[in-house]
Design a protein around this ligand. Structure first.
Ligand code: CA
Length: 715
């Protein structure tokens, strides 16, 4: 109780302070009650003293009106406090700050409430997820955050549940299962709450599901509406809000046959959901097709609405209003789930203000579309690409024919990890600049010859083993590393060009925060958290947070002091699936919330790491045929979590150095009998035979010996 009285006092002081200043006037907590956020309070907030919703405000610009930390003093930022998130898996949360309390999530959908001034733990809620569901998570068991509304905290759980918690205690108020849990659905995204409705989507399109977004009653958890993004296999009404949209525009874009009929078609709504209060509508981003390869998904070759689209629906009923499809007939995992930002730009007649939605999806174009109608205004490549030469007058990509890949691999930019992935983009309305965490991660796409004969969990129709030699020398990993690039682009959406660009030495850098202090904050893959001059891109401050710094930063003010915060952690899709990118430089360590203030004197503890014994644990073995089988089976079943070429970044075990690789029976026990399923490594007996498993062991040991032979040779 002592903790709570202090928090409420802090809240009162904050309210007094805010009442005197021009920045922000949240209703006094003592009048409304703790965390008594409603739609009106979020609508009038300016992402100033508080950070009430995932993107800062309903427009999700991630731009704070605070300027106490600014260009002149940002070099004095030091650590105010840190808090351990008790996980060595990926952390992608943007903290919510309300009434002096910070709400953050960690891996496995655990929620923490912290004193935002001190980092002291107030409560913790663990939804006790069965670790075996981790195998359904394409991109690590991450969570991007909570929503707060009317004294409750809402969190999407990785196993498909939606939970409402008491904001003061963390006690469960209600819980709904939002998915068919027999299918590989996951939830990683943050809910949003609008007019008493909790909005939540899901993920799973890599493994075969049918996507949708749902609205639940914030008070009771009753489902109010659901909008599917892919028709049902019979193209019949579902009795849901999306029925009319499929009748009007959707059904005709799908054939009657193909893998979508059995696999669900994909189109998951796993991240961006924004409330456009001016037009009283929800605008959300839709993910890729399932399977990726349209030749298998829908041989009729249609556009496949609403895959890879931005869709607007009525906020009360979920009824369809408009859509804009960024990638018709998706073939490459080009999701349109990336950050959607709403803003007013001088793009109307005679320079009049026009309300727009902006997005930089995976496909590499920066789009500006009319928020009221979905009309295409402009779209421009923000990085190199070789799948399209541009967009036509309606915004439809002008494709390069070879990008519709066949059996011959086509080395393509962007690849499935996108020219921009989930890392939140920000927008500074004063400078009219969008800040894109952009990247180059090429991928060789080829049609999978085994799509019908090897029905693995990841059966995308694209051949992950294409071009991978049975024994890959370390030079292959080094070559792959050399193809990776990242940059922070300050994009002018009116001039349709970058105003400045900062080059990073690696891909997969962090989300962005913009502030009225003239600053842009972004973390980098190498663990550095950096502040740039928002107008020029000059580096003003650079701090080593000693872990992954991918999450969206936040900022808030308490007792007249501005805090800047970022949740750090090791993991996420790239750390699992691109171990070769990590250079052994950034330590795998426990995730933390790291919060800074001017003059902060705290420190971030060094990771206590036990060095891995990087030696093969058995002699190499296996025929050429066995090794060839091993690379195919490894690439299809293991690489997404343990890394292509069997090179891991250390989130999950690097199998090359595993003692179990020396013991064929123990190896089989894990892969076929699920001996480690409590840790998330479930049985693959559905997909692999005993011979396959032994071939994988042969491949892993071959990779181990290839790596150490190169080191012994002085390489
Ligand atoms: Ca995907």
């Amino acid at each position: 109780m002592a903790v709570w009285s202090r928090i409420l006092l802090a809240g009162s002081a904050l309210a007094l302070l805010a009442a005197c200043g021009p920045k922000d006037t949240p209703p006094p907590p003592e009048e409304k009650g703790f965390a008594a956020v409603d739609t009106a309070r979020i609508e009038t907030a300016s992402a100033g003293a508080e950070w009430l919703t995932y993107g800062g405000t309903y427009d999700e610009q991630r731009h704070s009106s605070l300027d106490a930390v600014n260009k002149d003093n940002v070099d004095q930022l030091g650590v105010a406090w840190t808090f351990d998130l008790a996980t060595n898996r990926g952390v992608e949360v943007t903290p919510i700050v309300v009434d002096g309390v910070m709400f953050v999530t960690s891996a496995w959908s655990v929620v923490y409430a912290l004193d935002a001034k001190t980092g002291e733990l107030l409560w913790e809620h663990d939804p006790d997820v069965d670790r075996a569901v981790g195998v359904n998570a394409c991109c690590d068991v991450v969570n991007r955050g909570v929503a707060v509304y009317d004294g409750k905290i809402y969190v999407g759980v990785i196993d498909g549940r939606l939970q409402a918690l008491d904001a003061k205690t963390g006690d469960l108020v209600w819980e709904k299962v939002t998915v068919d849990q027999s299918k590989p659905y996951t939830i990683t995204g943050a809910p949003r709450v609008v007019n008493g409705k909790v909005l939540i989507g899901n993920g799973g399109a890599e493994l075969g599901v049918r996507g949708y977004i749902s609205a639940y009653d914030a008070e009771t958890g009753d489902k109010i509406w659901r909008f599917y993004t892919v028709p049902n296999p019979q193209k019949q009404p579902d009795g849901e809000a999306s029925d009319a949209a499929f009748e009007q525009v959707g059904n005709a874009t799908w054939g009657d046959e193909g893998a979508w009929v059995t696999d669900g078609g994909g189109g998951t709504v796993w991240d961006s959901i924004v409330y456009d209060e001016v037009n009283d509508q929800i605008i959300f981003g839709v993910g890729n097709g399932s399977p990726w390869n349209r030749t298998f998904r829908d041989p009729s070759g249609g556009d496949n609405l609403f895959l890879s689209s931005i869709v607007a629906v009525d906020a009360d009923t979920g009824e369809y209003k408009w859509h804009f499809q960024t990638t018709p007939g998706d073939n490459w995992d080009y999701t349109a789930t990336q950050t959607i930002i709403l803003a007013d730009l001088p793009l109307g007649p005679d320079g009049a203000s026009r309300r727009v939605a902006m997005q930089a999806p995976k496909n590499g174009f920066f789009y500006v579309i009319d928020a009221a109608t979905g009309e295409f205004i402009s779209g421009d490549a923000f990085g190199p690409m070789n799948w399209a030469t541009g967009l036509d007058e309606n915004g439809r990509p002008i494709e390069i024919a070879a990008a519709r890949y066949g059996k011959e691999p086509y080395q393509q930019l962007p690849g499935p990890l996108g020219a921009h992935n989930w890392h939140p983009m920000a927008y500074n309305p004063d400078l009219a600049l969008a800040y894109i965490p952009a990247q180059e991660i090429p991928q060789a796409y080829a049609e999978d010859p085994l799509f019908f004969s090897k029905d693995t969990a990841w059966n995308t129709g694209a051949d992950f083993a294409a071009g991978v030699p049975p024994i890959a020398p370390p030079e292959v990993a080094k070559f792959l590393r050399s193809t990776l690039k990242g940059r922070l682009i300050a994009w002018d959406p009116v001039a349709r060009a970058p105003r400045w660009t900062v080059e990073h030495d690696n891909a997969w850098n962090g989300g962005v925060l913009s502030t009225a202090g003239g600053l842009v904050f972004q973390g980098k893959l190498n663990g550095h958290f950096v502040a740039y001059d928002a107008a020029t891109g000059d580096v003003l401050w650079d701090y080593n947070v000693k872990s992954g710094a991918g999450a969206g930063p936040g900022t808030y003010m308490i007792d007249g002091e501005q805090y800047v915060t970022i949740a750090t952690g090791w993991g996420s899709a790239f750390a699992l699936a691109a171990g070769f990118a990590y250079d052994d430089k950034v330590p795998s360590t426990v995730g933390k919330v790291v919060t800074f203030k001017l003059g902060g004197t705290g420190e971030i503890a060094d990771a206590d790491l036990t060095p891995i014994d990087r030696t093969p644990k058995a002699e190499p073995f296996g025929t050429d045929a066995q090794l060839a089988e091993g690379v195919v089976d490894f690439s299809r079943n293991c690489a997404v979590c343990h890394g292509p070429l069997a090179v891991s970044s250390g989130v999950l075990p690097d199998l090359r150095w595993s003692a179990i690789s020396a013991d064929p029976e123990a190896w089989k026990g894990i892969v076929l009998e699920g001996h480690y399923s409590a840790n998330g490594m479930v049985s693959f007996a559905e997909y692999l035979s005993e011979d396959d498993v032994e071939a994988i062991r042969a491949y892993v040991l071959a990779q181990a010996h290839a790596a150490t032979a190169a080191e012994d040779g002085g390489e």
